[in-house]
Each structure stands twice: as structure tokens, then as C-alpha cells.
Design a protein around this ligand. Structure first.
Ligand code: AMP
Ligand code: MG
Length: 484
């Protein structure tokens, strides 16, 4: 594979360490993202050499580029955590695709680095399957994210609450830089390093900001806008990240570091997907405000590069940007093409009604496309999701139908538009859990099938209807924590 040295090597050496992978025993490739590798101009799986397979499994002793791990810090659960860093991530170098776009290639779980602290540098199979599948699902939903290229596994033991086995995900992104990279140098008092990082980010990823009066401020404003749009997209699909620490915030506005994430089943705005989050700091409804809080941490790091008043003004724009981005996404989900002032109230009304009856979030939105503008019946599939459809839903549908009078699309056209933005297939915990259990028994076919179904979540896939089912009762007992 044609990798180049990482562009991060232009930074002073204290920003990273060269590292060596700790090979796994007889790793095997459980998943290889053929669509993405084709886009990158990489060989298809049949054409991969034995060395390339080892390389993707973090197990090739002398890779083409010496891997590096970077140092960063961060606020974890609202508290300054000091130095963290790539404790189990290693950059394998950069790769330029046929369109001229350059990507960083990163292994997760290939062994310890100088930033591993007391941990083992490994990732378990369970969490690696989750990251592999969810990054690609996010991409299929049209939400910015790091991408997953390959998933390798071995029988090597890894100790968490119980003994599990090791796996490695190869992931790619234009950059894996995080808010935490800036925080690290700012909190050490090295403004020179903050500026060097900012220059690198500007030149490589925000060239459009270079023309601004203050390019650093323009870049911070763009990061802020992108983060607002990102969290609006998460809210609209019911995605809970689970660990929105500042070290898990991408400087490019990508979804990064898939841990104890979850998609909402029954709608509960206070849902907490991470069982380690006892206070609910990262509950679903709290995410937009938490992202703003994280941006305020990043704003502090930009104090050497812009005035406090300028940075605060950008932060103050965030709320309106978030609200606008959320409103646009939700309008589209309701098939509303001609904005009117009352739309936010209409959306709030639906959320309130869904919360009162714990209605399935994604399927409810999906089935709303079957509502006819001029009729007064409740479509059967939609009614079936509501314990008491005559209570909340019926009233809301009256308002919705009234609102639809201001639209020009007919029922069929609106249904097509709505189905293109309301996924039928949701990467729910129970589906992940089933694929994980199967893979832990040595059968990776569940991963392949789930990856396939979730790669086009908006389409009707008659053969795979079962994947669109509501979660079974046992799903309520699934526990996801930070342990991974
Ligand atoms: P996370 O909560 O996964 O975002 O990780 C927080 C920090 O802990 C990061 O610096 C990770 O690199 C590090 N970390 C998490 N798990 C491990 C592990 N098994 N080995 C080494 N470092 C880890
Ligand atoms: Mg992390």
C-alpha cells in the first residue's frame, strides 16, 4: 500500500512519539471495507498480500512508515484530566486517494504507546466491531465521521471485567486532531505549540480561512459551526455519543471515538447510553450544550491567537447555529419544504407526545411518511408504535395535517422525500449485540450482513425486514460502559 509519511511529522518532535506495533498472534481479517478501499485506490481483499493483511491487523513488524502516536490532553466528564494521548492508537502514515484527498491511517488497539498510562494498548473484539459498524453507518446516514477500513481479530486474551479477545480497527480520517491536542499545549503554557498546531490545521484542513483578517478566528468559527451542525445531525437521528469529553471532539467536526454510543429506541430525551455516566452529563438531551461547553474549552486555547471578545462572540453564535441546523434537519424529516415560523413548536409537540408514550424514535419518524394530507386515518404501522394512538398522536396529526396544507408536494412525493432522510434501518444495540455474540463464537458473517444492511439505511430492503424490527425485550438489559 502506497503510504506517505504522516504530515504531522512537520511538527516538533514533542508532539508525538515513534512507536512499534505489538503483533497479535495469527490475526485474521474479519471485515474489509471494499467500497472504501476501492475509493482509496487500495487492492480488494482477494488481492491483499499476506504482509498487507498483517499490516492492517497491526501486526507487521516493519511497516512501510514508522508508526507514530500523538500527545493530547482533555477534560473528561467536565474535569481537567491532564495528559492523555494516543494510548492505543497509532498513525500508519498518510494515503492520497485518486481524487487527491489525503487521509491519515490509524490503527486502534495495536499495542502500548508512551501515552497508554497503565492500560494495555488493546481494544476488545466487542468494541472494535461496534466502532467498525457504527462509523460506516454514520457515513451512510450522511453524518461526518471517521471511517473504518478494516477489522482484524485474534484469540489473544485481553482483560476487562472479564477475559475477552483482542481486535484492531484500521480507521481513516483527513485528520485525527482533537480539541485535546490544543488543550495539551495551551495548558502547558506553550503558546508556540498551540500556534504550530493551528497553522498545520489551517493550511491542511481550513485553507478557506487563510484569507480572513484573522485566519485563526475564522477557523475557530468554522470548527464551532461544524460542531453545531454535527450535534444537530446526531440529535436528529437519535444518536448518543456516550463520552463527549474534549479529547473525543474532532477538530474537523467529525464523529470520533465510538465507545458506549447508542441510538434511541423508545424516545426518552433523558436517555443515558453509557452506564458509567452516572450523572447523565452526556445524556441525549444534554449533547448540544455539552458540545458548546467543549467548544469553550477549545476557545481558551485560541486566546493567544484571537481576543477574548472575538472568541466569546463565536461561542455565542453557537446556540442559534445549532437551533437552525436542528430545525432544518427535522423539517426535512417531517417533509416540510417551505419553512414557517411555527415549525419548531410542531417538532417540539411531536417529541413531547413521543416521550410521553415512549414511542420508538426512528420508526415513528419513518412511518410518518405514510400520513396522507387530506385523510384523517392513522396509518396502521404508525399507530402500532403508540400504546395510546388516540391520545397524543391523534392530536398532533391534526396539527401536522393542517401544516401540510402549506406544502406543495403531494403525498407520494412527500413520502419519497421523507424516506430519503428517515432511516428504516437503525444500528440498534440489540443488532450489534447479536453480531458480536456470533463473532465471539468465530462466525463473522453477522458483521458482514449488518454492515451491508446499514450501508443503505434509507432503502426498503425486503430481504432484510427483520433488521428493521423494534428491539426485543432482552435488549433493555444490554449494558454498555466505557470499558472497551
Ligand atoms: P477514551 O475514553 O476511549 O476516549 O480514552 C481516553 C484515553 O484513554 C485516551 O487517551 C485513550 O488512548 C486511553 N485509553 C483508553 N483505553 C486504553 C487502552 N486499553 N490502552 C491504552 N490507552 C487507552
Ligand atoms: Mg478517546
Amino acid at each position: 500500500m502506497n503510504t506517505q509519511p504522516s504530515r504531522l511529522l512537520s511538527l516538533p518532535e514533542h508532539h508525538y512519539s515513534t512507536v512499534a506495533v505489538q503483533p497479535l498472534h495469527t490475526p485474521s481479517l474479519l471485515a474489509y471495507n471494499e467500497a472504501l478501499t476501492a475509493q482509496l485506490g487500495l487492492p480488494d481483499s482477494a488481492a491483499l498480500s499476506a504482509d498487507e493483511r498483517l499490516w492492517l491487523a497491526g501486526s507487521l513488524k516493519n511497516p512501510p512508515q514508522t508508526p507514530i502516536a500523538t500527545v493530547y490532553s482533555g477534560h473528561q466528564f467536565g474535569i481537567w484530566a491532564g495528559q492523555l494521548g494516543d494510548g492505543r492508537a497509532m498513525l500508519l502514515g498518510d494515503i492520497t486517494d485518486p481524487n487527491g484527498q489525503t487521509w491519515e491511517l490509524q490503527l486502534k488497539g495495536a499495542g502500548i504507546t508512551p501515552y497508554s498510562r497503565r492500560a494495555d494498548g488493546r481494544a476488545v473484539l466487542r468494541s472494535s466491531i461496534r466502532e467498525y459498524l457504527c462509523s460506516e453507518y454514520m457515513h451512510a446516514l450522511g453524518i461526518p465521521t471517521t471511517r473504518a477500513l478494516a477489522l482484524a481479530a485474534s484469540a489473544d486474551p485481553v482483560y476487562r471485567e472479564q477475559e475477552e479477545t483482542a481486535a484492531v480497527v484500521t480507521r481513516i480520517a483527513p485528520s485525527f486532531l482533537r480539541f485535546g491536542h490544543f488543550e495539551h499545549w495551551y495548558h502547558r503554557g506553550s503558546h508556540t505549540d498551540v500556534q504550530l498546531l493551528a497553522d498545520l490545521l489551517l493550511e491542511q484542513h481550513y485553507p478557506e480561512c487563510l484569507q480572513a483578517d484573522n485566519p485563526y478566528l475564522a477557523m475557530f468559527a468554522t470548527i464551532s459551526q461544524r460542531s453545531a451542525e454535527l450535534v444537530a445531525a446526531w440529535q436528529s437521528v437519535g444518536f448518543c455519543h456516550g463520552v463527549l469529553n474534549t479529547d473525543n471532539m474532532s477538530a474537523l467536526g467529525l464523529t470520533i471515538d465510538y465507545g458506549p454510543f447508542g441510538f434511541l429506541d423508545a424516545f426518552d430525551p433523558h436517555h443515558i447510553c453509557n452506564h458509567s455516566d452516572t450523572q447523565g452529563r452526556y445524556a441525549y438531551h444534554a449533547q448540544p450544550a455539552i458540545v458548546q461547553w467543549n467548544l469553550s474549552c477549545l476557545a481558551s486555547c485560541f486566546l493567544p491567537l484571537a481576543t477574548e471578545a472575538e472568541l466569546v462572540s463565536v461561542l455565542n453564535d453557537y446556540v442559534a447555529q445549532y437551533k437552525q441546523a436542528y430545525l432544518e434537519r427535522m423539517r426535512a424529516k417531517l417533509g416540510l419544504m417551505r419553512p414557517v415560523n411555527e415549525d419548531q413548536a410542531l417538532i417540539d409537540g411531536l417529541m413531547k407526545a413521543m416521550a410521553a408514550q415512549r414511542v420508538d424514535y426512528s420508526l415513528c419518524l419513518r412511518h410518518l411518511s405514510q400520513v396522507s394530507r387530506d385523510g384523517d386515518d392513522i396509518p396502521a404501522e404508525l399507530a402500532a408504535l403508540w400504546p395510546l394512538p388516540d391520545a397524543g398522536l391523534q392530536q398532533w396529526l391534526m396539527l401536522y395535517r393542517e401544516r401540510l396544507q402549506a406544502e406543495s408536494l403531494n403525498d407520494a412525493e412527500r413520502a419519497v422525500a421523507m424516506n430519503a432522510v428517515n432511516p428504516k434501518y437503525v444500528l440498534r444495540q440489540y443488532l450489534l449485540q447479536a453480531a458480536i455474540a456470533q463473532a465471539e463464537q468465530g462466525d463473522a458473517s453477522g458483521i458482514t450482513e449488518l454492515a451491508f444492511v446499514m450501508s443503505h439505511p434509507y432503502d426498503e430492503q425486503t430481504e432484510y425486514q427483520a433488521y428493521a424490527a423494534l428491539p426485543p425485550d432482552w435488549a433493555a438489559g444490554i449494558c454498555v460502559s466505557c470499558s472497551s
